[in-house]
Design a protein around this ligand. Structure first.
Ligand code: MN
Length: 296
């Protein structure tokens, strides 16, 4: 099932080939139409947790639900106030190599821990959705720092978990979406450099795990204003999804609705105001963003 949040946080089931969205909001107990403030997010967390029980209710006689053309609605990020956004560092060989090369050519020593797989946090407030804007923040631009795109497969957690073994880890994945881990290049704390508002685009919708035959065999592509920058496959993930979940869940309890970005494919590069960024991963849909400069 492809789940989308749209307009005033309505819940939709997307039929991709007909570009139709079925409004199933009425079928979700306690759904709160609001402006996305955390106070209203409980229904979404419950839906993530209880998805297996809810799924038949959502899809039963779908044709009787109000229908909208996908192009006529405003699609929102397909997550609602996750307790955290975890992201993987150094998870594609090609990206590790390009970052090391960039440091060498800038005459900088290898970074501490660079090249080693690890995880870090991004602020959930940095999330935006399909057709939103990525805003390049004023101070880093004034200081001459570039802002880079990183196209990444993202997953959403279904059930709460802690210290999950790889063997059982996939049971905790609710689904997948396309993500960008926007990044201010340079020194300084990574969580700050990756947590500016608009720095975590997600979307266009959430494809539940039953829709994805093999999450480790998906093409990852990103173009900037028509030029292909990133073109790789999730087959090249160094630490695969079960390993990521095992690693993260040894550190922190994962809650329903939490988001994990699995790391950037190679080909990262700078974006500038006016750029159109399009990222796609397999059949998860196309995530499109416009880049602008912070003006006020
Ligand atoms: Mn990244």
């Amino acid at each position: 099932m492809k789940l989308a949040l749209f307009d005033s946080y309505r819940l939709g089931v997307v039929e991709q080939h007909s570009r139709t969205i079925f409004d199933v909001s009425e079928r979700v107990p306690g759904l709160v139409l609001d402006d996305g403030d955390p106070i209203g997010a409980g229904w979404w967390v419950r839906l993530c947790r209880d998805f297996d029980e809810m799924a038949p209710r959502l899809t039963d006689d779908l044709g009787s639900c109000p229908q909208r053309a996908l192009d006529d609605v405003r699609v929102l990020p397909p997550v609602l106030n996750p307790s955290k956004v975890v992201a993987c560092a150094a998870n594609y060989e090609g990206h590790v190599a390009e970052m090391a090369a960039a440091r060498r050519s800038a005459g900088r020593p290898p970074g501490a821990g660079s090249g080693r797989f690890d995880v870090f946090l991004k602020a959930p407030s940095s999330i935006v959705g399909h057709d939103d804007e990525v805003v390049l923040p004023r101070e880093p631009l004034q200081e001459g720092h570039a802002v880079h795109h990183e196209a990444e497969l993202a997953l959403v957690i279904g059930k709460r978990c802690r210290r999950v073994d790889q063997e059982r880890a996939m049971d905790y994945v609710l689904g997948y979406t396309v993500s960008l881990d926007m990044t201010v290049r340079g020194e300084g704390d990574r969580s700050r450099r990756k947590s500016y508002d608009t720095f975590t685009p997600l979307g266009p919708w959430l494809s539940t795990s039953d829709e994805v035959r093999d999450p480790h065999d998906l093409p990852v592509r990103l173009s900037v204003s028509g030029a292909i920058r990133q073109d790789d496959t999730t087959a090249n993930l160094r630490v695969r999804i079960p390993g990521i979940i095992e690693y993260v869940s040894r550190v922190m309890t994962l809650y329903p609705g939490d988001v994990i970005l699995t790391g950037s494919a190679p080909g990262v590069g700078a974006v500038v105001p006016g750029d159109d960024v399009i990222a796609s991963i397999g059949d998860l849909g196309e995530l499109r963003l416009k880049v602008r400069e912070e003006t006020t």
